[in-house]
Design a protein around this ligand. Structure first.
Ligand SMILES: Nc1nc2c(c(=O)[nH]1)N[C@H]1C(S)=C(S)[C@@H](COP(=O)(O)O)O[C@H]1N2
Ligand SMILES: [Mo]
Length: 251
């Protein structure tokens, strides 16, 4: 279902908004959650969630897909394990899922490909001012997290990537509301083929209601955490820690 703004307002008038906000409050109620966001960022996040609830980001028709989808940030990975796995098209690679989970997982690409798949044509918006519409496919992140089973203390999903800026690997994080959103997928396929290295092979995040820098490429490990404190500089992502980009990058 594609929900436009008018439909959304109708839904909140009918009371759905209040219910959804209640759900958000329950998920976000951990001590320090609101304090972790700046005032303006917190307002953006709460406003979007009040208006959007669990509504979908806009999806597009095949004919609207961009002819060229720019590659941004790191386009290659130097790491030697990654280079070895790339040579066999990641046939021997596995995604690690660990941290605050009932069962740590090691999921080969075949396992991710044989789970129920979601395909979506969406617009990627980079904070630097360009956009591109592409078609993505992969299992929902929520289904992968359900396989692992979250412990009650789990609040954040962290993506550890294979590429580096200098000595520091790229990393990103989202909360459980976005993690369990229907369009949040672990994409291994784009525009009709497995991901190229430039677009994040073997696996990248699509979290469609947020900006480009949240769409972590080259994901090696997913870690469930209670807090972002203690993860590098504590702001939840490489650019959040290094350039002051907001953690909640709502579009
Ligand atoms: N691992 C990793 N993920 C990343 C980046 C990166 O440099 N490394 N760049 C981010 C930024 S700023 C954008 S706009 C998108 C670009 O994705 P694309 O190269 O598929 O267009 O990836 C995001 N995810
Ligand atoms: Mo970006």
């Amino acid at each position: 279902m594609i929900v436009n703004r008018r439909k959304l307002l109708g839904m909140s008038a009918a009371g759905a908004g209040g219910l959804l906000l209640g759900g958000c409050d329950a998920l976000n109620g951990s001590p320090g959650f609101r304090e972790a966001l700046t005032g303006a960022e917190s307002l953006t996040m709460r406003t979007q969630r009040l208006l959007m609830g669990d509504a979908l980001a806009r999806e597009f028709a095949e004919a609207e897909m961009s002819q060229h989808f720019r590659i941004n940030g790191n386009s290659m990975v130097a790491d030697s394990d990654y280079r070895r796995d790339a040579r066999t098209l990641f046939a021997n690679w596995s995604l690690q899922v660990d941290g605050l989970v009932a069962r740590s997982l090691s999921l080969p690409l075949d396992a991710l490909r044989s789970m129920p798949q979601r395909t979506q044509i969406t617009r990627h918006d980079c904070v630097e001012g360009w956009s591109a519409i592409g078609k993505w496919q992969g299992p929902q992140l929520g289904a992968v997290l359900a396989l692992a089973g979250l412990l009650p203390s789990a609040r954040y999903v962290v993506f550890h990537c294979a590429d580096r800026f200098g000595d520091t690997p790229y990393y990103e994080s989202i909360d459980l509301i976005d993690a369990f959103h229907a369009q949040t997928i672990l994409a291994w396929w784009m525009n009709g083929a497995p991901l190229t290295e430039g677009h994040g092979a073997p696996l990248r995040l699509r979290v469609e209601r947020q900006l480009g820098y949240k769409q972590a490429k080259f994901i090696m490990r997913i870690e469930l955490r209670e807090t972002l404190a203690g993860l590098y500089d504590g702001k939840g992502g490489y650019w959040e820690d290094h350039s002051g980009y907001q953690w909640y990058a709502g579009i």
